[in-house]
Design a protein around this ligand. Sequence first.
Ligand SMILES: O=P(O)(O)O[C@@H]1C[C@H](O)[C@@H](CO)O1
Ligand code: HPA
Length: 293
Amino acid sequence: MFPEANKGYSYDDCKATADWLLAQTDIQPRVGIVCGSGLGGLAEMLKDQVAFNYKDIPNFPQSTVHGHAGRLVFGTLKGRACVCMQGRFHLYEGYAVQRITLPIRIFKLLGVETVILTNAAGGLNEDFKVGDIMVIKDHINLPGFAGNNPLVGPNDERFGVRFPCMSDAYDRELQQLGMDVGQELGYGDFLKEGVYCALGGPSFETIAECRMLHKLGADAVGMSTVHEVVVARHCGMRVFALSLITNQVVMDYDSEEKANHEEVLQAGKQRGLQMEHLVSTMVTRIEHNNSYI
Ligand SMILES: O=P(O)(O)O[C@@H]1C[C@H](O)[C@@H](CO)O1
Ligand code: HPA
């Protein structure tokens, strides 16, 4: 009935990978981090690192995009046990959506309770500038509208229910914590909140598409994150996510601007340290048992 869905990514496959990883490290992560394009520097902040190249991990896909190193790094961030994906997978790399999100289920089986995701995104909100950091409060899953949802296929109740709720996808307390920490760090001038819309990519959006997404209520557009969030919420992990606004999308036919991946990576270099500082400070404030300090 669902010929491809879940093929090779069953509960037992995920468990085998998680057990393989746990057998090689003493670190039992409670926080899992996924780094967006050009934002993988965060993984370098981890102390007592045990790192695996994706090519060496059973069942793992390979990173194919510049700016995604392709390493899974275990370590501690200011004393807190974490696991960090230095590079994620995208639909446009040709992977099935279930495969893109496999690491999120592995996070769950490693014992992760909170997932923090970052991404690079184009700004649709006219009040946003390049270099703004947006705390994601909600998303629009456009590939999901067309049936490309990672939960398509047989549902394994060991992960979660058949019809998970998504109206609370982004943990409200973590959003508030993110805004508070950002203010404390002096980021108030470039800290925003908003709705992220994911498309399949890899082509950047046309002017008409950007205008449409803006009218639909999206503040930023990208090519990732929402699939990971759906899977993380399905299996009961809390989610916090940040977009770095790396470019302002083109909404005007007179504009000479052209979106490109180099400017995305360049913006990551310019704001990367502050993103890392925000995430690492958040990690120190998140307690293990679904509470905060
Ligand atoms: O992994 P993220 O969502 O940060 O990557 C964004 C979207 C595309 O992969 C790429 C476009 O420059 O950056
Ligand atoms: O403008 C964009 N569109 C889609 N994805 C992106 N990732 C960075 N910038 C963009």
